[in-house]
Design a protein around this ligand. Structure first.
Ligand code: ADP
Ligand code: MG
Length: 676
């Protein structure tokens, strides 16, 4: 038996079970061994119902009565009364109608879940239920709970893993032994056994430490190897040209900030090197990333190189094109805009100009990576809001050069440095940590819905003064399909009542891009007073006359995202305001209070990281591509331990091929984290 053995060959797994496992993504022994528990039910400490107190509890009880009813579309609530010798308690499950069948069969169950005060009564919310007679006899009753992918039952997973236990305990070590010893980690075999069959809470902690360490070790090693590989590539040599840069800077309508100068200088030095640049430019909203990109595009053009700038939306690409055209045309640099909306003859001409090299700076959306687009001499690729693009998309663009172009990735998502180094270990980083001068702070206020009409009056006063307003709505039920409904409702209500005398526009992701452009254009030209929108306005949009942003139901957003939304205002000379309209009149959370207090994106990102975990900021990285199973990106201690060991590994000149699993995983991370 080995990792690749199909689960069908395991005792007790028939074709039907195998099929069900496959639907949950579990095909091989390796799949199920590394299918780590989502959480654990601790049945070793049960309390009697009379002793139940708020928090996580486990009771041993019978089900007296149970029923299910629909409360609204797509939501069914199952309610049960549970009893033991000491009393009764209510349990409630959301969308788990199968509980009825399970509990009606009768008998004693362990129920484990959150006991809380909700909907005006005390209840056990979504408890797990395990039949007492089904529980393994001699265990310590800490039971792993596995993700119920495609209806997968934890019981089944536990049964198969029990069959695999002997294989698990004999599993060869996967990390260098010296690392395991120095860091006093569990061996891989012990960690696997402990995570699936813990006897105590300490077993779980030790297993998670070991497996989390391993993930960081792999991820960090991948970053280092990508960096080494990049250093072997030949890059375009674009020498510094002082007069050209100086002329560009002198023509700007403002002075560059110190941070902008430092970042530009970092980049200029990279371009002079013989290897391709791989740099991340991080800067809070409004910190002025575009002009830095413009400056280097100017330098590249001076030496006959083209620059491609890719932005995630048409609106943004359009604004960049307008800005850069103004900045670069005086120097005889031709700027082109290529998006899905450029069609027919205009498109032909543009694509021709890019291929011939007549257009030196090309701004566009995903349209840039189409096969019909080829460049005469692509020297520099700039990816704005880089986290919006996948690795494959960046690579498509980079491939359009005969040798690896320089890459500047830009992001307004403030990633704490320790984290950036973990996730983007192969990148050099420049940070714009200084605001352009004369920028007034934005006044931010949390608002109770009880005084909504008062706020509307204040806002109307701003419109009267000639200012413009954004109204941002979150998705209903976090469901992208409902996006339209949410903004449409807000739009209708504002138009029919309070603001019926104002010009109101509507913007959401479902609109055809032509229409989006048109609405945004109207707003930018001052022909609309209010723009009701989803988060499509989130990135980069620049309308200096907009001085108020009203965000509905801010709880639904992460702090970093709220901060980015807030950055839509405060771009002009007027005092700007950000109002956060709470969904109810309860006291706002400490988390939301932070956004009222601080305008520092990096600080807010740290708060998000602490209070909500990295998933909030790095949702896509954490749960999407990176898919760390155990490690938490907020565990900086474990990260630095892994960092030290990776450095040692490289220094020792170890050959990664000596470690089978390590080599496989590192290769995987290398593929998904590389920028080029
Ligand atoms: P972001 O970093 O969010 O992409 P932008 O590049 O869109 O920021 O710049 C925001 C605004 O600030 C633009 O209107 C730009 O012209 C202006 N700006 C950029 N740098 C400076 C500066 N050094 N001084 C004053 N205004 C600046
Ligand atoms: Mg920008």
């Amino acid at each position: 038996m080995n990792y690749a053995t199909s689960l069908e060959h395991i005792k007790g797994v028939g074709p039907k079970t195998a099929e069900q496992l496959a639907r949950s993504g579990l095909n091989t022994v390796g799949d199920i061994l590394t299918f780590f528990p989502r959480t654990y039910d601790d049945f070793s400490h049960t309390v009697t119902i009379s002793d139940v107190a708020p928090g996580k509890v486990t009771i041993k009880a019978r089900c007296e009565s149970i029923s299910t009813r629909p409360v609204r579309r797509g939501m069914r609530v199952t309610t049960a009364t549970l009893t033991d010798d000491t009393g009764k308690v209510q349990a409630v499950w959301f969308n788990q109608p199968y509980r009825e069948t399970q509990l009606k069969a009768g008998g004693e169950f362990y129920f484990s879940g959150e006991f809380e005060f909700r909907y005006n009564r005390h209840q056990l919310t979504n408890p797990s239920a395990e039949k007492v007679s089904d529980m393994p006899v001699q265990t310590d009753r800490i039971l792993p709970v596995y993700r119920a992918v495609a209806g997968l039952k934890s019981q089944l997973v536990r049964k198969i893993l029990a069959e695999l236990k002997p294989f698990m305990t004999m599993h060869p070590e996967t990390l260098p032994l010296s690392v395991v010893r120095t860091e006093k980690l569990l061996t891989y075999a012990d960690a696997l056994t402990a995570i699936h069959f813990p006897k105590t809470k300490e077993d779980i902690d030790a297993a998670r430490e070991r497996l989390g360490f391993e993930e960081f070790f792999e991820l960090l090693l991948a970053g280092q190897r990508n960096k080494q590989n990049n250093a072997k590539l030949k890059g375009w040599h674009i020498p510094f040209d002082q007069p050209a840069v100086k002329a560009f800077v002198e023509e700007l309508p403002f002075q560059l900030t110190g941070a902008q100068k430092r970042a530009a200088w970092d980049i200029i030095q990279d371009l002079e090197k013989e290897i391709p640049m791989n740099r991340l430019l991080q800067g809070d909203v409004g910190s002025g990333k575009t002009v830095v990109a413009g400056l280097v595009a100017r330098l590249a053009a001076q030496h006959g190189f083209q620059t491609a700038i890719m932005a995630p939306t048409e609106i943004l690409a359009g604004q960049h094109a307008a800005t850069l055209d103004t900045l670069l045309r005086p120097f005889g640099v031709n700027v082109g805009l290529l998006t899905g909306s450029v069609k027919g003859k205009a498109r032909q001409a543009l694509i021709g100009g890019i291929a011939e090299g007549d257009i030196q700076v090309i701004i566009g959306t995903h349209a840039l990576i189409q096969s019909s687009v080829s460049f005469a001499r692509l020297g520099l690729v700039v990816v704005d809001e880089q986290h919006r693009f996948g690795v494959a998309q960046r690579q498509e663009l980079l491939k359009k050069s005969e040798q690896m172009p320089h890459l500047l990735a830009m992001t307004a998502t403030p990633i704490p440095r320790s984290l950036a180094l973990t996730v983007y270990g192969d990148l050099d980083i420049s940070v714009l940590d200084e605001r352009p001068a004369h920028r007034q702070p934005i006044i931010t206020k949390l608002w109770s819905p009880n005084s909504r009409s008062q706020l509307y009056k204040t806002i109307d006063g701003e419109i009267e003064k000639g200012r413009q307003v954004y109204v941002v709505c979150p998705l209903i039920d976090d469901n992208i399909d409902n996006e339209e409904k949410s903004v449409q409702r807000e739009y209708d209500s504002l138009r029919q009542s309070t603001f019926k005398h104002r010009r109101i526009g509507l913007l959401h992701g479902r609109l055809p891009s032509k229409e989006k452009e048109a609405v945004m254009g109207e707003f930018a030209k001052g022909r609309l007073d209010i723009l009701v929108s989803t988060t499509v306005i989130e990135v980069g949009v620049d309308v200096p006359n907009a001085s108020v942003i009203l965000i509905e139901d801010p709880q639904k957003f992460g702090l970093a995202q709220l901060h980015q939304l807030r950055g839509r205002v405060g771009r002009g000379p007027e005092q700007s305001y950000c109002y956060l309209m709470m969904a109810d009149s309860k006291a706002p959370s400490a988390r939301l209070r932070e956004i009222e207090r601080s305008e520092d994106g990096f600080y807010l990102a740290e708060v998000d990281l602490k209070l909500r975990g990295p998933g909030e900021i790095y949702g896509r990285l954490q749960h999407g591509a990176l898919n760390l199973r155990i490690a938490s990106l907020s565990d900086t201690k474990l990260i630095s331990r892994a960092q030290a060991q990776v450095a040692q590994f490289i220094k020792n000149g170890e050959n990664i091929q000596d470690y089978d699993m390590l080599a496989r995983h590192v290769e995987h991370y290398q593929r998904i984290t590389t920028l080029n």
